[in-house]
Design a protein around this ligand. Structure first.
Ligand code: ADP
Ligand code: MG
Length: 267
């Protein structure tokens, strides 16, 4: 089982879209795939028509029950082979309730380990803030995918995200592979072109050497509750996510070997 986290402390950069697209592609390839909504706003759950105000049981119950999985937590989507573990708005209260409890950072990792035979790919959709949910996602995954919108303010947000990741890695004494993915790229705009040049200059070793273009069909796909890769496999956006998946898959076996599975890490 390969687990990938999609994270950035900035909202609106394409995190949920990346999870839906890569998750859809994995399922389309016949891989049993789970997408997990860790954002209390529940955008990923809403995408697949589950209401984060009323969803039960979901990820909140999983955390409240110390990582106990119930089969009812895993929901089907409109895509064969793609399941969803939904979020509820109650997740917003977790930090206050459980944030300082020992072992809290490993709940998701332990729960996913129990699903090892059931799913081949797991994608974690993070909230745009650092807290117990993002810490859990990072501890549970073998790679972090960081979407960055190609516009002027995005690089500042990325700096913050990279500092956060470095801090968490130091505390766990473990380096986690990262892929920075330029998103919403529009080659006709100065903001996109110049931001991409800046990213190449500052983050050349972590930067994916391609882009996810701006594609209005993503909105169309979300209206139909389907990944764009399913609705329109040949849309520019779908093709770009296929190239991204190929890049991430190429490193997946190495990532897994490198992952230290010391369960007693101090988090
Ligand atoms: P995040 O999860 O980081 O907040 P989303 O994936 O929800 O970001 O994207 C924010 C908005 O931008 C959504 O309306 C989504 O449909 C749209 N969007 C995301 N990626 C693209 C893209 N490559 N082209 C066009 N629109 C996009
Ligand atoms: Mg989102």
């Amino acid at each position: 089982m390969h687990v990938w986290t999609v994270a950035n402390q900035k909202g609106g950069v394409g995190k949920t879209t990346t999870v839906v697209s890569l998750g859809g592609l994995c399922a389309q390839r016949g891989l049993r795939t789970l997408v997990v909504d860790l954002d209390p706003h529940g955008s990923l759950s809403s995408y697949f028509r589950l209401d984060p105000e009323s969803v039960n049981p979901g990820l909140y119950e999983l955390f409240r029950n110390d990582g106990q999985l119930e089969p009812a937590m895993l929901r089907p989507t409109g895509v064969e082979g793609l399941s969803l573990l939904p979020a509820s708005t109650a997740l917003a209260t977790l930090d206050r309730q459980l944030g300082t409890r020992k072992g809290m950072g490993l709940i998701l990792r332990r729960a996913l380990q129990r699903l090892d035979g059931e799913f081949e790919r797991v994608l974690l959709d993070c909230p745009p803030m650092l807290g117990v949910l993002m810490v859990n996602a990072l501890a549970a995954s073998q790679r972090v995918i960081i979407p960055v919108q190609t516009e002027f303010l995005a690089v500042k947000g990325l700096e913050r995200m990279m500092r956060t990741l470095a801090m968490i890695q130091r505390s766990r004494n473990e380096a986690q592979p990262q892929t920075i993915v330029p998103t919403l790229y529009d080659q006709r705009t100065r903001a996109s072109v110049e931001t991409l040049a800046l990213l190449r200059h500052e983050y050349s070793d972590l930067l994916w050497d391609d882009v996810i273009p701006e594609d209005t069909l993503f909105r169309e796909a979300s209206k139909q509750a389907l990944p764009l890769t399913v609705l329109r496999p040949w849309a520019r956006g779908s093709q770009a996510y296929r190239r991204l998946l190929a890049t991430v898959e190429a490193t997946a076996e190495d990532d897994q070997k490198a992952k230290v599975l010391g369960d007693d890490a101090a988090i």
